[in-house]
Design a binder for this molecule. Structure first.
Ligand SMILES: NC(=O)c1ccc[n+]([C@@H]2O[C@H](COP(=O)([O-])OP(=O)(O)OC[C@H]3O[C@@H](n4cnc5c(N)ncnc54)[C@H](OP(=O)(O)O)[C@@H]3O)[C@@H](O)[C@H]2O)c1
Length: 311
């Protein structure tokens, strides 16, 4: 939103009455957080609310959707990543918008999880809609790679799957990603394209992230290795128990999501070689994960933990 306002756009944000992690933001908090935009409260799951409370009969030029399920669980993913975006697309077409920018995720290139199939189903609907689209598929966000900063600060070991080099990503900051999304509106080279995008600098493994944190806090590196096979055992157990207790089926899906990120890189995947390719993953922006770690360490930034944090 800030990136759009900074570029001179008039922005209307559609927000639910209780927003943020765990619904922690009341309407006044959202209005404060989204200063510079017009904030309207509604239910993106309900097309009538989208039209009545969000669009209000006005004309719009474009829709930028960052909608996504907060848990990644199948029902929520199909309700939000797919259906709510389908409603937003219909509302966009009805109010005269000609352009739709979608925040998606790089992991959909190798789909194994329910939320990835839900995202892909909407990507397809968008491509087939005839609107000018930009489907932005970023790599990992800083917040997803900051869950262990406090552990290391407190002298605990850094947890890694395997030897900590099973995966890599090119982390991207919120502001750099926001700028990239906002620029999709005017940059014709980003129209009608699927755009994988990472942050600046080389790809980083979890081991490199941990090593950097130990250096930052002046401690000798100490890693605790978690075997991926342990996750398989947990998933198997939860899935079996989940056939009887639905709550455990949800936990099995969350464990599957954890396993995916423990074993799959957030880089462009080359289906011909079956490998992730750091060089083929475009970079944008200027903020690095290690800049962010330094700001977390000094207290200049606070970590945002999602509803689905693993560490
Ligand atoms: N996290 C990463 O490292 C990462 C990496 C690459 C791509 N991505 C993708 O980027 C997108 C955003 O990710 P994120 O981590 O920023 O997700 P997030 O913090 O969970 O944000 C999801 C957004 O969707 C809204 N939303 C969810 N359920 C809703 C509902 N029932 N009604 C109305 N609004 C709802 C949330 O609003 P509220 O504030 O009201 O909950 C929030 O604005 C996702 O598509 C994700 O897959 C994430």
């Amino acid at each position: 939103m800030r990136a759009l306002v900074a570029r001179g756009h008039e922005v209307v944000c559609i927000v639910r009455p209780r927003a943020g992690v765990g619904g922690g933001l009341a309407p006044d908090d959202s209005v404060r957080l989204l200063e510079g935009a017009i904030v309207r409260f509604g239910d993106v799951g309900d097309p009538a609310s989208l039209s009545r409370d969000g669009v209000r009969g006005e004309r719009f030029d474009a829709v930028v959707s960052c909608l996504a399920s907060r848990t990644g669980l199948p029902d929520d993913a199909w309700a939000i990543d797919h259906r709510a975006n389908v409603h937003a697309l219909a509302a966009a077409q009805a109010c005269g918008a000609s352009q739709f920018v979608l925040l998606s995720a790089i992991c959909v290139q190798k789909p194994l999880l329910a939320f990835q199939f839900a995202k892909l189903a909407f990507e397809k609907a968008l491509v087939e809609s005839g609107m000018t689209y930009s489907i932005v598929r970023p790599t990992a966000f800083f917040k997803s790679l900051s869950g262990q900063v406090e552990r290391v600060r407190r002298g605990k070991p850094f947890l890694v799957f395997g030897d900590g080099t099973l995966t890599a990503c090119k982390p991207i900051s919120d502001d750099d990603l926001a700028a990239y999304l906002a620029e999709c509106l005017d940059d014709e080279t980003r129209w009608n394209r699927v755009l994988p995008i990472g942050g600046p600098g080389p790809a980083l493994t979890p081991r490199q992230q941990g090593e950097h944190l130990f250096k930052l806090f002046g401690r000798p590196p100490r890693f605790k290795h978690v075997p991926v096979a342990l996750l398989d055992v947990i998933i198997g157990g939860l899935a079996a128990a989940g056939r009887v207790v639905p709550q455990l089926a949800k936990k099995a899906e969350l464990a599957r999501i954890g396993r995916y990120y423990a074993t799959e890189s957030m880089l462009v995947f080359d289906p011909a070689t079956g490998r992730y390719d750091s060089d083929a993953t475009p970079s944008t922006g200027s903020e690095t994960l290690f800049d962010f770690y330094a700001r977390l360490a000094s207290g200049a930034a606070a970590p945002e933990r999602g509803d689905h944090a693993v560490f």
